[in-house]
Design a protein around this ligand. Sequence first.
Ligand code: F6R
Length: 234
Amino acid sequence: MQIIKVKDSVVGGKKGFEVFKQALANGAKVFGLATGSTPETTYTELRNSDLDFSQCVSLNLDEYVGLQPDNPQSYYRFMHEHLFDAKPFKHNYLPNGMAPDIVAETARYEELLSENPIDLQLLGIGRNGHIGFNEPGSPFDGKTHKVKLTQSTIDANSRFFEHEEDVPRYAISMGIGSILSAKQILMEAYGEKKADAVKAMVEGPITPDCPASALQKHPNVIVIVDEAAASKLN
Ligand code: F6R
């Protein structure tokens, strides 16, 4: 793992942008994308840049089950607002959380991933070390699947919803195995609330107790952390 320590998420976003730029220059065509507050500064840099993704494909990590694409909290909407509306791709794929058969949808998505192997996967990390919606205990070889959200993730995500009851209880997520298939991984983490998870990811044992520790097994990972998120690293 290559660790890049930065002052804050604004500088982190600029570094993240550089990783995307380099990947494009190296011929990357398929980008795995994440939602949440972490990637926002990278998306701002990408939006404001002249990088051309019109011949590229994106696949998002996850989507809630049961939210219409136009719901303000859907990941579809998030991605359009933060990136896709300003920066057109040839195609943007997200899991369809409204699919009538969610299991069939997970198989369809895994098929898309095998047809479009990810060149660069962007990730954030949960306070409990989750990546995508892969909570502690998730198998390292997991594929795209339906997830029942844990209470800690529901609590963390409730800040985006009016009422806690409005937070969906299920999501579709790429598995850890699907994530590890990416040729390169860019993990960003900001703020002291991520410090324990960052320490476990980088310095802890490789264990499903910290899903992000699986990244230690991957040969090409860049981690961008601010001082607060890096504060517990040796
Ligand atoms: C988002 C995702 C999640 C987030 C993580 C951190 O698509 O899969 O794993 O990356 O929950 O969220 P933020 O960035 O909001 O702290």
